[in-house]
Design a protein. Structure first.
Length: 246
């Protein structure tokens, strides 16, 4: 018996397994690099001399960012492909399991947009500046602001990642106690509360409430603050899900 036959690779179940496997592997790469940037690279860069930091940005960060942004693409594409072959009907997305995965998708897509629309766009300015300075050129005055904007979005993605992963993994493992299809009122109340918290976080990361350290941005000022905020957000989101839906 071949491996393909043993896992029925050429059936719908087998295709689901393949997409899920790819999704997990590339997702590990994406989130792993997200944690590397936030918990290892940023604190280390803060302790480096300018010349050493510019060299590391040029040689190390630029390579890591390539894998980071394309792992994000692969994660989203494989996740949407998996969703497409699962053949879920509209009733599924009115159930606790369907709302759990939908919430996870909301966080993941927001993180994806942050990667390509904010982090990478601003990191290109930072990398270009590092290379220009190493070549003897003048520093770009916009680089510091670009780096700050990328940092806010990256720290927010780290915060989003905890409830995102919990709800994604929990979709098939939570002990649901309510009916398969929730009422419109139950769903509406859940999405209203979840949506308000989500958009306030995102607006904060975009600098709408200010860009400097402190105030509402204190959650981004250190990686420890981001970890604590992510853990609190995780507990809060699970509590909202549990007591309103599950």
């Amino acid at each position: 018996m071949t491996l393909a036959n043993s896992i029925e690779l050429f059936t719908n179940a087998g295709v689901q397994w393949l997409f899920r496997y790819v999704h997990v592997v590339v997702g590990i790469a994406w989130i792993g690099l997200l944690y590397y940037f936030n918990f290892v690279q940023v604190p280390a860069f803060g302790e480096m001399e300018a010349a050493a930091r510019n060299n590391a940005i040029d040689k190390l960060a630029s390579r890591a960012l390539w894998w980071f942004r394309w792992a994000a693409v692969a994660t989203v594409v494989s996740g949407l492909a998996l969703l497409g072959v699962q053949q879920n009907d509209s009733a599924y997305f009115k159930s606790p399991a369907g709302i759990a995965i939908s919430t996870s998708i909301l966080f993941a897509l927001t993180m994806f947009v942050n990667v390509w629309g904010i982090i990478w766009r601003n990191q290109k300015v930072v990398i270009a500046n590092a290379r220009n300075v190493q070549a003897g050129g003048e520093a770009d005055p916009a680089a510091a602001g670009a780096g700050r904007a990328a940092l806010l979005a990256s720290r927010q993605n780290a915060i989003y990642s905890l409830p995102m992963l919990a709800l994604m993994v929990g979709t098939g493992h939570f002990a649901y106690t309510k009916g398969v299809v929730l009422t419109g009122g139950e769903r509406g109340a859940y999405w209203a509360i979840t949506g308000v918290i989500w958009i306030l976080f995102e607006l904060n990361a975009l600098g709408v409430f200010g860009k400097g350290p402190g105030k509402t941005r204190i959650i981004y000022d250190t990686h420890r603050n981001a970890i604590i905020t992510g853990c609190v957000y995780l507990v809060a989101q699970l509590a909202i899900f549990k007591y309103m839906l599950a």
